[in-house]
Design a protein around this ligand. Structure first.
Ligand code: BGC
Length: 509
């Protein structure tokens, strides 16, 4: 059971309004109480923050905004003492444009060795004024930017995130060094950013049909040469070899790959251990779509004997309370979805704030910071709405997130009831639901085994049984439905005369 800490937004210890490593350390007691096993910390490396830390200028140091290396050491020590594992984000696909390699490349002439660690190419058309190919940046606009000397460089994300050339031995050697640096400090593993993006086809062919921009969509390698190239698997084997020099470390890949069999390739026995299943996160509030998403992922993973990895929200996608309709309805559905997610075999990731039922926040234009907003010419508001700091206590912003005067994104005036303190002792709160569910998931023998057996269920509903005997039933339809037989151990909302109401899920044994 992993918990994703979006470090900027979790807890701020140094009062600058941005979350930091000491803030995480100070709240470990809360995470233990919640009942998780491991953390995933989003990037805290030295960065100009063009993409909030996913643009890394020094992958082996902590950005002062988040603290320093001592703070990280202390966090790892304290987490281990609480019995929590610590995994961190690594960003293999690109660096910051302020990374020493890119700075050297920018001041070296076209054709120089310094440029070979990235993708520099002459342009097309008269005077090379057109980009070298038709690839689009995931954040909008062309995936190429031009330097004053006329050469173009590739960036699948923001222009401040130039793509690394993984055919270059320096890139491989440096990444190994980075992994060892953190593994030696005691981190328990890595989440690999854009794990399907590192290998590019040598000739950088045009895309068949340029895909509309949009943050991370499932890539189809047939039509989209930017992602999921076969060459990426040798890189993951290399990464696995480094991790295997240490005992008990885990590698989770972010691989947005459309085809299940191709996703399974990332978690073959000599590659990564886990790969997020984003199909569940992409499914609408619809039982048939849930069943399809779950079945696909189970089949894909069982073909290579890897555990499935379930996720409902993260820092890149609208929060599920909002996706399922927002307000009371969205919250009721989010409670039910949590019981589906947490009943499934394998690994689950909770995004910080899922356990509080946080919705997305509609931020005013002037507050928006995600590069997607500018890159899309204001067509896409970006991901700030799911990154608003967490409310801890009190009735008004900043709800104990910081003792400083402001927060890096404004917090809504009506989040007092969602704060941790307000939910902790309320048996009906989202937080209590998560705590109960996680306790059962951890301790109940009915949760054992890897198999999921589907039951016939009324239209708009689903029901499955785990090997150990736990039954999970979800009613995503409009009418009350009968419950499967068994004793209810947890439900996401009140039952009515033994029937399962709409937008409700229950666990039975
Ligand atoms: C991360 C995003 C980031 C992008 C570029 C994604 O996979 O989750 O937050 O913007 O990679 O690094």
């Amino acid at each position: 059971m992993f918990y994703q800490v979006y470090v900027r937004s979790f807890a701020d210890a140094n009062t600058d309004g941005v979350g930091d490593l000491r803030g995480v350390r100070d709240r470990l007691g809360y995470l233990s109480l919640l009942g998780i096993d491991a953390l995933w910390l989003t990037p805290f490396y030295r960065s100009p923050m063009a993409d909030h830390g996913y643009d890394v200028a020094d992958p082996r140091d902590v950005d002062p905004i988040f603290g320093n290396l001592d703070d990280l050491d202390e966090l790892i020590r304290a987490a281990h003492q609480e019995g929590l594992r610590v995994t961190i984000d690594l960003i293999p696909n690109h660096t910051s444009d302020r990374h020493p390699w890119f700075m050297a490349a920018g001041s070296a002439p076209p054709g120089s060795a310094e440029r070979e660690r990235y993708f520099f190419r002459p342009g097309r058309g008269p005077d090379g004024a057109m980009p070298p190919n038709n690839w689009l940046s995931v954040f909008g606009g062309p995936a190429w930017s031009r330097l004053p000397d006329g050469e173009w460089y590739l960036h699948l994300f923001a222009p401040q995130q130039p793509d690394l050339n993984w055919s270059h031995p320096d890139v491989v050697a440096d990444f190994e060094q980075t992994m060892q640096f953190w593994l030696d400090r005691g981190v328990d593993g890595f989440r690999l950013d854009v794990a399907h993006g590192m290998a590019k086809p040598a000739d950088l062919p045009d895309m068949a049909e340029p895909q509309a921009p949009g943050v991370l969509k499932h890539a189809d390698h047939e039509a989209d040469p930017r992602f999921d190239n076969d060459g990426v698997h040798d890189l993951h084997r290399m990464i696995r070899r480094v991790a295997d020099k240490y005992a008990d470390r885990v590698l989770t890949g972010e691989a947005w790959v459309v085809d299940d069999d191709r996703l399974a390739r990332y978690v073959r026995p000599d590659e990564l251990h886990l790969a997020f299943n984003f199909r569940l996160l992409e499914a609408d509030w619809n039982a048939e779509m849930f069943v399809e998403a779950i079945t696909h992922s189970l089949n894909a993973m069982s073909s290579v004997d890897a555990p499935p990895t379930w996720v409902l929200s993260n820092h890149d996608m609208d929060r599920h309370v909002t996706r399922y309709g927002g307000g009371e309805l969205g919250t009721r559905r989010a409670r039910a979805a949590a019981l589906v997610q947490l009943a499934l075999p394998g690994v689950a990731y909770v995004y910080n704030g899922d356990e509080l039922g946080l919705p997305n926040v509609e931020l005013p234009d002037e507050a928006l910071q995600d590069p997607v907003w500018e890159r899309s010419d204001h067509a896409d508001r970006g991901r700030d709405g799911e990154r608003v700091p967490l409310p801890w206590n009190g009735a008004e912003p900043p709800y104990g997130f910081t003792e400083g005067p402001g927060t890096w994104l404004p917090m809504p005036a009506d989040w007092g009831g969602l704060a941790v303190e307000a939910q902790l002792d309320d048996p009906d709160s989202m937080l209590s639901l998560y705590r109960n569910a996680l306790e059962i998931r951890r301790e109940h023998p009915a949760m054992s085994g890897d198999e999921v057996q589907w039951f016939g269920a009324p239209t708009g509903c689903l029901a499955f049984r785990r090997t150990g005997g736990l039954v999970c039933a979800l009613n995503a339809a409009d009418e009350l439905v009968p419950m499967p037989p068994g004793e209810v151990v947890l439900s996401s909302g009140p039952l009515e005369d033994g029937m399962l109401p709409p937008d409700t899920a229950a666990w039975l044994v």
